[in-house]
Design a protein around this ligand. Structure first.
Ligand SMILES: [Zn+2]
Length: 435
């Protein structure tokens, strides 16, 4: 707001200056003078055409010429003032490209490269990831050595992601360096994850159980039940016997094998999962006809393996400090979902030639599925501002919610009146809402 005001002040100053310059008023005066002269001459000629015509016209020549010159001068002055004002306007309010024309990605090449490398690693595309990382580094080095001398030939090696101009302008920063990105370590981690997932797909729970046991302290600290879930499924899987699980038909398989497995492994879960362990033990009594028993749900394994696989992926990533879903995948999917509305908005904005004034804020809602919503936001219905940590949403006793600053503005002494209902309240009764 402050900079806009000063811009307006500059313009006002300019306007005052221009106002002092001779403007159209003088030209209009001169035009009136010419009309007067011409009218007088016409009357004179009309009164006595014989004697007056030649002399009247001769007499008219000089004054009319002078008046015309004065009109032209006046017009020039007005044009100059007009031009000057136009320049002042352009300077104060330069033509900006619409935000929709701006390539928001162009300034963040390194972040995008990082996201791509990360996505490839988490997808298990290790060789593609390492080729990608190498190519980014090579391009970076080449651009550093080519430096500012001359721009690289475009499209010579198909690295569309690295625009030469963009890269040169910021190369000196270490932003481009993907070597700080511990790709080797990440790759080893993800390789382990994929091996375990592969085994889970082949219905071998043991590698996942071993991993969960090795990380049981961290998992339990997160409130994760992964180790127990995997072990319970192992019990069920053994219980089903060789005809279902295809494992060797010996004392380690079938009901005996399951019981044996429970005896040697379930004690560690007793503190937290005693009820479930009891249910598993009771189910043994219904062994001949589990499908008709109250325990049939425990033994339904249609989705059990894919369920534990996604639990495992989630926990594995979270122990690495990563989200379960690839951020690049999520961002691209959310972007694709929002695209139709963005295009509609862009078309309307272009057609009207206006722009959304708040930067970094979308001018419209983007309906995304719940799984893609991460940060709840609250916009104060009075100030229309999004709440922040410094200005949190507050619920007042009548149940309406306002931003803290709005509430403070509404306050008279310690009391305020709700803007949405007839209730009054005390500021001490307002409660902060945690979203
Ligand atoms: Zn209220």
């Amino acid at each position: 707001m402050a900079s806009e005001k000063s811009k307006l002040e500059v313009l006002e100053e300019e306007y005052r200056k221009i106002n002092k310059l001779p403007r159209l008023a003088k030209a209009v005066e001169n035009v009136d003078k010419i009309i007067e002269l011409l009218s007088a001459a016409r009357e004179q000629v009309a009164s006595d055409p014989e004697s007056h015509t030649t002399i009247t016209i001769t007499k008219l020549q000089n004054p009319v010429k002078t008046a015309f010159e004065a009109v032209n001068d006046g017009l020039k002055g007005a044009a100059a003032a007009h031009k000057k004002m136009g320049k002042a306007l352009d300077k104060s309010f330069p033509l900006k490209p619409l935000p929709t024309d701006h390539d928001a990605m162009a300034d963040h090449v390194s972040l995008i490269n990082r996201a791509i490398a990360m996505h490839l690693l988490r997808e298990g595309q290790f060789s593609v990831a390492s080729t990608f990382i190498n190519e980014v580094q090579v391009t970076l080095k080449r651009e550093e050595s080519a430096d500012l001398d001359e721009p690289m030939d475009e499209g010579d090696d198909g690295d569309e992601g690295m625009d030469a101009d963009e890269a040169v302008s910021t190369t000196s920063s270490e932003n481009y360096d993907l070597s700080s990105f511990h790709s080797q370590e990440l790759q080893e981690n993800f390789a382990e994850m994929y091996n375990i997932l592969q085994e889970l797909k082949a219905r071998n729970l043991m590698p996942a159980i071993t991993w969960a046991r090795n990380n049981s302290v961290e998992l339990e600290a997160r409130g994760s039940n992964l180790e127990f879930e995997l072990s319970r499924l192992q019990f069920v899987w053994l219980f089903k016997g060789p005809s279902v699980n295809g494992l060797p038909d010996d004392e380690n398989n079938g009901q005996r094998g399951a019981l044996q497995y429970a005896r040697s492994n379930f004690t560690r879960f007793q503190a937290r999962h005693l009820n479930e362990i009891n249910r598993l033990a009771c189910s043994m009594a219904f062994a001949p006809n589990i499908a008709a028993s109250p325990y049939k749900q425990i033994f339904a394994i249609d989705t059990a393996f894919s369920d534990v696989a996604s639990s495992f992926t989630r926990e594995f990533c979270s122990l690495l400090g990563l989200s379960a879903e690839s951020p690049l995948y999520l961002a691209a999917t959310a972007g694709a979902l929002a695209l139709p509305q963005l295009m509609k908005y862009t078309q309307k904005t272009l057609a009207k030639g206006t722009e959304w004034t708040t930067s970094n804020e979308m001018a419209f809602e983007t309906p995304l599925p719940e799984s893609m919503l991460y940060h709840s936001i609250f916009v104060c219905p009075v100030s229309k501002e999004q709440t922040t940590d410094a200005n949190p949403p507050m619920m007042i006793p009548c149940g309406h919610v306002l931003a803290k600053e709005t509430l403070q503005k509404l306050c008279k002494g310690t009391r305020f009146k709700c803007p949405y209902c007839p209730s009054e309240g005390m500021i001490k009764d307002a409660r902060q809402i945690i979203l």
